[in-house]
Design a protein around this ligand. Structure first.
Ligand code: F6P
Length: 192
């Protein structure tokens, strides 16, 4: 059976600073994760063929750099666009845009950042990615938190309202193996 592997990029400099969005490079920890990924994947699939999908953002491309497989970058896999809040911390957003901050808490799935996107927008832009995923063999997606929540929710049939709260930790590979109904799941976390 074929599997869909998904992982967030390794820890980025923005993750360290608590800032959202952006196009930061990996931190030292994130770089260590990138170096450890090929061994983890090889242990799991041996010599089976695999294709790696990344977003166009540096942190995913950097995280995939040591993986010896064909790679494809998808603009549709870029992180949820936080619009005017891009590059801010949650504390800064709460201070500068208190109403928005409260609205997001009220309905996280539908809340759209000023000049940016909502989770609902992201679900729509991921449709072609999901169509292609359904046709492919083994794929490893190196993605972003909000993006992987949407993909994960699709394969596990999560309700929209729950989707923005799914836990997708850093430095963890989630392996989904679709069955007739639903998906088997395994998680591998690297202690980095
Ligand atoms: O903090 C990392 C990050 O990927 C941000 O770039 C993004 O805005 C956020 O997570 C998404 O998580 P949430 O929807 O819970 O704010």
């Amino acid at each position: 059976p074929r599997s869909i592997f998904m992982s967030r990029h390794g820890e980025s400099q923005y993750n360290v600073e608590g800032k959202i969005g952006g196009d930061a490079l990996l931190s030292v920890h994130g770089q260590t994760y990138a170096e450890a990924l090929p061994g983890l994947i090889k242990n799991n699939i041996g010599d089976a063929p695999l294709t790696v999908w990344t977003s166009t953002l540096q942190r995913t491309i950097q995280s995939a750099q040591y993986l010896p497989y064909p790679k494809l970058t998808w603009k549709s896999l870029d992180e949820l666009d936080a619009g005017v809040c891009d590059g801010m911390t949650y504390e800064e957003i709460e201070k500068q845009y208190p109403e928005d901050f409260a609205n997001r808490d009220e309905d996280k799935f539908n809340y759209r950042y000023r000049g940016g996107e909502s989770y609902r927008d992201v679900v729509v832009r991921l449709e072609p990615v999901i169509m292609e995923l359904e046709r492919q063999e083994n794929i490893l997606i190196i993605g972003h938190q909000a993006i992987l929540r949407c993909l994960y929710a699709y394969f596990h049939n999560f309700k929209q309202a729950d989707l923005p709260y799914i836990k997708i930790p850093l430095h963890t590979v989630i392996k989904l193996t679709p069955k007739a109904y639903g998906c088997d799941e395994e998680r591998y976390t690297l202690p980095i």
